[in-house]
Write a protein that binds this ligand. Structure first.
Ligand SMILES: Cc1cc2nc3c(=O)[nH]c(=O)nc-3n(C[C@H](O)[C@H](O)[C@H](O)COP(=O)(O)O)c2cc1C
Length: 166
């Protein structure tokens, strides 16, 4: 199974989550390509917040935007004021051959309660006729305190479980 993991990480939390997922997916025998999102231009935080609240997009640079060769695509990044950070939206809008793809959406946040943000991303995928097969959130805790030990081991298992289930 070939998997593409596209993600945005400004302060490194989502990056750590992605590394665990990758480890788990590979343990389960998947071939994983990582696809970090970079911003074309650094943006002011206030503008980023506002764009995220409005569900807008921010121009991005990515290595893979054609997902044809992948059996499953993951997309993740941080929650900003209750919404997916706007650059994550951009990937869904710009990627090619997304129709019918199995997609998994995940978000990181310092507290808990990303349900509405996950739903927004899922709807965006569904508008492009992708099939969202799962969503999950990972609470990093204050100052990223949960990004270690047993919590991270659980994430590796989450990655491996995807290969067993799908
Ligand atoms: C502008 C901004 C807004 C944020 N809003 C929320 C929020 O609404 N809820 C929450 O739990 N965490 C919020 N956070 C915390 C981030 O979602 C969390 O630290 C995330 O893991 C950061 O991911 P990254 O390190 O990959 O960029 C916010 C962070 C920033 C910078």
């Amino acid at each position: 199974m070939k998997v593409l993991v596209t993600y945005y990480s400004r302060t490194g939390n989502t990056e750590k989550v992605v590394q665990c997922l990758k480890e788990g997916l590979e343990k389960g025998g998947a071939e994983v390509d990582l696809n970090p999102i970079e911003l074309k231009k650094e943006i002011n935080i206030l503008k980023g917040i506002w764009w995220s609240i409005l569900g807008k997009t921010i121009p991005i640079k990515i290595k893979h935007h054609d997902v044809q060769q992948y059996d499953m695509i993951f997309l993740g990044g941080p929650v900003w004021v209750g919404n997916p950070f706007a650059a994550i939206n951009t990937f869904i809008d710009v990627c090619d051959h997304i129709e019918g793809k199995k997609a998994v959406v995940f978000l990181t946040l310092s507290s808990k309660g990303a349900q509405s943000a996950l739903e927004k991303l899922s709807h965006r995928f569904e508008n492009r006729r992708a099939q969202v097969i799962d969503t999950f959130e990972f609470s990093t805790g204050p100052k990223g305190k949960s990004l270690k030990g047993v919590e991270m081991e659980k994430l590796v298992e989450v990655g491996r479980d995807f290969t067993l289930k799908w």
